[in-house]
Design a protein around this ligand. Structure first.
Ligand code: HEC
Length: 189
């Protein structure tokens, strides 16, 4: 951790203003590690609750747990950690302007033939006069996801989603579609 900060400061000095437009390898690596832990925790929780009570139970559990897992991950890592999408289930995950533009570019990159497993974007941006490192990574739709984000949902799943997410748009996905993205940020000073 200390090492990362030192490396950042050194490259900041070395590259001067050019630094702002550079992707930072150490930050990218750290973001990817956090995403892996976040994803495993979400997936573990999802699989466990599906085993206990099927997708309807998992939807209720996900509504409770997903936001708190993101919150814990943010508190532990010092990064802001979340998920977003062009077609949302939970409006609390609405993308900001930067995220919206990146999500659209991910769709274009996928259409151009890039593998959604590896589509990602890193950028140093200015927000409220401060430099911030931002990172997004596409989340491809896997088999498991189709239970709740696919186009052939069980009637009880539809009912549970209609009850808990009145404005749900996150249905009709196919295997390999980009379901959304992990979105992380960290202040640079
Ligand atoms: C048991 C049903 C269920 C399954 C299976 C499921 N999800 Fe979800 N998903 C949800 C619910 C419920 C939410 C809303 C969570 C919340 O309230 O924050 C959600 C939210 C999301 C979001 C956040 C953006 C948004 O639309 O609000 C992403 C991204 C996402 N899911 C991706 C996936 C992926 C990828 C998989 C497969 C690995 C998956 N989901 C499997 C139910 C499910």
């Amino acid at each position: 951790m200390k090492r990362t900060i030192v490396a950042l400061m050194v490259s900041g000095i070395a590259f001067g203003s050019a630094f702002a437009s550079q992707d930072n390898a150490a930050n990218v690596a750290e973001a990817k590690t956090i995403i892996k832990a976040f994803f495993e925790q979400l997936k573990g929780e999802l699989e466990a609750s599906m085993k206990v009570g099927g997708p309807v139970n998992a939807i209720k559990n996900c509504q409770l747990k997903a936001p708190s897992i993101a919150y814990d991950m943010s508190a532990r890592s010092g990064w802001s950690v979340g998920r977003t999408s062009l077609k949302l289930r939970n409006p609390a995950n609405t993308p900001d302007d930067w995220e919206l533009a990146v999500l659209k570019s991910f769709e274009e990159r996928k259409s151009a033939g890039e593998d959604p497993q590896t589509i990602a974007k890193a950028e140093v941006v200015e927000r409220n006069g401060k430099s911030e490192f931002r990172f997004m990574k596409a989340i491809p739709t896997a088999e498991l996801c189709l239970n709740c984000h696919g186009s052939e949902l069980k009637p009880e799943v539809v009912e549970a989603l209609d009850t808990h997410y009145v404005a749900d748009k996150a249905r009709g996905y196919k295997l390999g579609d980009i379901r959304g993205a992990f979105t992380l940020s960290k202040p640079l000073e």
